[in-house]
Design a protein around this ligand. Structure first.
Ligand SMILES: Cc1ncc(COP(=O)(O)O)c(C=O)c1O
Length: 398
């Protein structure tokens, strides 16, 4: 595997980190954090290609390591002919998404990744209502985008078993109901990978005032294999003020191409539409998404492969003495029994990019499920960083 020496890479990362005043982040993680924070393109992101990115095991951002299916690649390649046009036919992507999810086109809002939906809700629902209620830790975007509305996030800590504390979310929402503009749920939750039980979602919706919008982020929906899980589109069909956010970035492997969507009642789609940049999607990705919707065999294959590699790796970690949180997503958390501190950099030095710190879960490392080869490299690096027989805090300080 072509790879620059550790020393070279360390020097580059160290130099860049020093230049940016950030001691513990590698450039990819930094770029990813800035992306998650919705920050403008940063110097770190611009410089990333100078590092041997292609040769790293990329287990930091919950991507699909296998890339899009052949059908999707072909569909995208075939529409280069529209790259000079504004008024090209878009293949009926909105209609196709609606049909695939059993809703009407007026229930669908297409966006440049589901991240754009997480930003829109701030523009629309948090300008006059100053509170958003949701779990912590979770995917931070909704909370971070409140810099625009200057709303405050009421972050409800997870339960002791790391599941979402829905009772806590209900209590906080009811207590502040007049000021709550949005409730946020992530299902499965990122970074823990576990689901919110369907009964808990029903309880939430039956307990809080009906007029409060609830955003249910189902970015990892396609990986779930759990009888207690249920997608929340049914609540949209019931006319509840529920927005379901979905993405083609994960199972369809189009993270770098940018397409996601919201499914919501038509009046909510109308409320959000003026705030979206309708020209931010490119022709290629619309056709790629159309092909992905049809390629259910690829989706099933990715789901099965993810499950197999996730369970193999978590079993290996368990056998090695390390606990993981049961996950229904394409990532999982492992308890490293010591503070995250320099761990991310230690993995990067071994050519493995791992997840960032997710306070307050400072002793848990989030690992995305990569390819078979990447997961083997991860286990090798893990055992070197946490040598057998020393799976306590003393080993990690080394
Ligand atoms: C829970 C969750 N929601 C939304 C997103 C945004 O994904 P995208 O904007 O690529 O659709 C991510 C990305 O990692 C995520 O983890």
């Amino acid at each position: 595997m072509p790879q620059k020496s550790n020393v070279t890479r360390r020097r580059f990362m160290g130099g860049l980190a020093t230049a940016l005043g950030v001691a513990t982040l590698n450039p990819f993680e930094l770029a990813a954090q800035q992306r998650r924070a919705g920050a403008a393109a940063a110097p770190a992101a611009a410089k990333a290609p100078a590092v041997p990115y292609d040769s790293m095991a990329k287990l930091a951002n919950n991507e699909n390591p296998h890339g899009p299916s052949e059908a999707v690649r072909k569909a995208m390649t075939d529409v280069w002919k529209y790259s000079n046009r504004y008024g090209y036919p878009d293949g009926g992507i909105r209609q196709a998404i609606a049909e695939a999810h059993g809703v009407k086109p007026e229930n669908v809002l297409i966006s440049a990744g589901s991240g754009e939906i997480l930003k829109l809700v701030d523009d629309v629902y948090l300008q006059s209502h100053k509170l958003v209620v949701g779990p912590e830790p979770t995917y931070q975007s909704v909370y971070q985008y409140t810099t625009n509305s200057k709303a405050t996030a009421i972050r409800i800590p997870l339960n002791k078993d790391y599941t979402t504390d829905v009772n806590g979310i209900i209590k906080a929402t009811k207590l502040h109901s007049r000021d709550v503009g949005l409730v946020y749920l992530c299902n499965p939750n990122n970074p823990t990978g576990n689901i919110v039980d369907k009964k808990e979602i029903a309880k939430l919706l039956n307990s809080i005032p009906e007029e409060i919008p609830v955003l249910i982020d189902e970015a990892y929906h396609h990986f779930v294999d759990n009888p207690n899980y249920e997608p929340s589109i049914k609540y949209v069909l019931e006319g509840r003020r529920v927005i379901v956010a979905r993405t083609f970035s994960k199972i369809a492997a189009l993270a770098g191409m940018r397409i996601g969507f919201a499914i919501a009642p038509a009046d909510m789609i109308q409320e959000m539409s003026p705030f979206i940049n309708s020209s931010s999607l490119n022709a290629l990705v619309k056709y790629g998404a159309l092909a992905a919707l049809k390629d259910t065999a690829f989706e099933a294959k990715m789901k099965a492969l993810n499950k197999e590699l996730r369970s193999r790796t978590t079993s290996e970690l368990a056998a090695y003495g390390y606990e993981t949180i049961p996950s229904d997503a394409n990532f999982f958390m492992v308890n490293i029994k010591t503070d995250m501190g320099p761990i991310q950099t230690k993995f990067a030095d071994k050519g493995v990019l791992v997840g960032r710190r997710f306070p307050p879960m400072d002793q848990w490392l989030r690992i995305s499920v990569g390819t078979d080869e990447e997961m083997k490299r991860f286990m090798t690096a893990f055992k070197e960083i946490f040598p057998a027989g020393k799976p306590t805090s003393s080993s990690a300080g080394a």
